[in-house]
Design a protein around this ligand. Sequence first.
Ligand SMILES: [Zn+2]
Length: 379
Amino acid sequence: MPSFDISMIIPLAAVAIVLLAVIYLTRYYYRDLLFGPPVDFDGDSYVEIGLYPGNCRAALVFTCDDVNAMTKPEKVVKVLNVLDKYETKTVFFLIPFFKGRYMMVKDSEVVKVLKEAEQRGHEVAQHGLTHATVRRRMLFLGWGKELGSLPYSEQKRRIKKGRKILELAGFTIHGFRSPAFSASIDTLKVLDSEEFLYTSDTRIRPIMLMSNKRFCESLYYPYHPGGLGILDFTNNGDYFWGYTKLGREDLRSLKHRFNKFYERRGAFVLLSHIEPLSRGKGLKILEEFLKYTQTKSLWKPNLRELAEWWNAREALFAVSEIKKNTLLIRLEKSSDYTLKNLTIKFKPNIPAQSYEILDANGALLKKGKISESVVLLDV
Ligand SMILES: [Zn+2]
């Protein structure tokens, strides 16, 4: 019988670690890939229609996970102070019944702070039910992955119960994010059937050597995963967790990632977690990042606003033609949601002096001179 060569342990362990790392970093490989903004109309030879309102180039939303009944309200207030200073909205993803022990309840201090934040345009959404798994896991791996491995009916029960708890605490819930990004296609189907407007269940970690580049360089826009009605937002981060000891390094890679979205007119959803964000350099990095984005042309909605807008924008179609020195643009909108401050830009060298924008029935919405170059209107 051949004896076991002890010197093989280290190389074998190294191979195992590399394999685990590859599986971990490429686990979204089966998911959808996008090539360009998934909208019915982006532009033609005469006009370009903006992806966001008010002639903004890209969108920025901050999100903060794991707020629960045990969260100290001061921590939420500190985060809000930074965001309000830079007029950036956040979505707090709340754990309704943390670990099956701590329930979000009406009139508790943390709920009061969150209700006030809602008044200023921030949003709360749902983050699972307990954020704890009921299945045995290998060592500590996946302890917070509450949903994906559970049967459809159990996922549905948890999602409905969580939403009910948050409603009883006084919130209206439109969005969802699975604890530790544990959604399966069944999770998305439950959310879709329960008429959630959006989910935020895909995560791009700070890009590392073995990241799945093809995937990471695809999802810059909201889209409908698996062809469902629900919208999914891709998250970036967490850059506030302290992957590196040097805050500068986190900030540099965060800016780099943001710039890629900005170049492609993407919707940049930034991920954070309330506890690590409140410790160490988290808030300082956030503030420096927001300062950096101040010079950019950004729309800063919450995710509900972004989802409503996107649902209407993706289904907007336009036809343009020139008749007797006038550029006629007919807009066909199939959503009931109003596109406020829709941006229409004229391309250079249009062989016409004036424009007329019409609705699908041919009624005049706006007219003027091509020399205006950018037109904003409500559709
Ligand atoms: Zn979480």
